[in-house]
Design a protein around this ligand. Structure first.
Ligand SMILES: Nc1ncnc2c1ncn2[C@@H]1O[C@H](COP(=O)(O)OP(=O)(O)O)[C@@H](O)[C@H]1O
Ligand SMILES: [Mg+2]
Length: 264
């Protein structure tokens, strides 16, 4: 079981020196095992900070985060993270980067080769398996980072604006791949995005945050509509024109717009 429980979590920065800043205040959120949630909110509302606490890269000042019933005290192989700023191993090839997590969980060579072939074809990066990150463009590096997180197949996938740097076409491919992946092999996903469309398209629930201090403004259920309207059987462009989709998108937009001075 890989549910994420964010239990009355607060985060204050600059407690040691400087003026304390309350970045997150009393956030309660339970992401069910195999549920996909997206998180939207104005910049500075604490989305990244919240995810870093789930990843174990940042510690809550109050409250606690539990993943699979265990209190998070640091990073772990049960959680894969994709940041906006991609982080590949510079000394490893594309193939080694994609299969890094698969190796640690004991995947066979045949499985690893199949994953590399699958993702490089999907991402239109055939022939790059032996290249090093510095030989790739930023967008290609980001695709490799995403492929690594998908291939690792962890219980929990944490993604912080992972598609932001991609061109529109690759972005669509990666969005559809994430939906396919979570359909075929459900896992718990927390996905931060600036795009309301992406948030609604990908998630079972959309968490809308507010800032000063960072907190949850509202949570919108999408899963019921997605299932009823069979979104996963349609191409993304068609889904985005369905009235059920535009209705939910409008709901999220209104909540965001309500927040004075938001520059999302
Ligand atoms: N390490 C840090 N030290 C001090 N302040 C920070 C730190 N990290 C984030 N903050 C502040 O916390 C707030 C939330 O930041 P962040 O989580 O990055 O927001 P978001 O991802 O929603 O844009 C911002 O005001 C940011 O400046
Ligand atoms: Mg952020």
């Amino acid at each position: 079981m890989s549910e994420i429980v964010i239990d009355n979590v607060g985060k204050v920065f600059g407690e040691g020196g400087g003026r304390p800043f309350l970045a997150i205040d009393g956030v309660d959120l339970r992401v069910e095992d195999r549920e996909v949630i997206s998180v939207v909110g104005p910049s500075g509302c604490g989305k990244t900070t919240l995810m870093r606490m789930v990843a174990g890269l940042e510690h809550p000042t109050s409250g606690e985060v539990r993943v699979g019933g265990k209190r998070v005290t640091g990073p772990g192989p049960d959680r894969a993270v994709v940041f906006q700023q991609f982080a590949l191993f510079p000394w490893k090839t594309v193939r080694e980067n994609i299969t890094f997590g698969m190796r640690s969980r004991g995947a066979t060579k045949a499985e690893r080769d199949a994953a590399v072939a699958h993702y490089l074809t999907l991402m239109k990066m055939e022939g790059t398996e032996d290249k090093y990150p510095h030989q790739l463009s930023g967008g290609m590096q980001q695709r490799v980072a995403i492929a690594r997180s998908y291939a690792t197949d962890p219980g929990v996938l944490l993604m912080d604006e992972p598609f932001g740097a991609l061109d529109a076409q690759t972005r669509t491919i990666m969005q559809e791949e994430l939906v396919r992946l979570t359909n075929d092999n459900p896992r718990t996903v927390m996905f931060i995005t600036h795009s309301v469309e992406e948030a609604v398209y990908l998630a079972d629930r959309v968490v809308v945050m507010a800032r000063n201090p960072g907190r949850i403004r509202e949570i919108i259920d999408v899963a019921t509509t997605r299932k009823a309207e069979k979104w996963s059987e349609e191409p993304i462009d068609d889904v985005m024109e369905m009235p059920s989709f535009t209705h939910l998108r409008g709901q999220v937009w209104r909540l965001l717009r309500e927040q004075m001075g938001s520059d999302i």
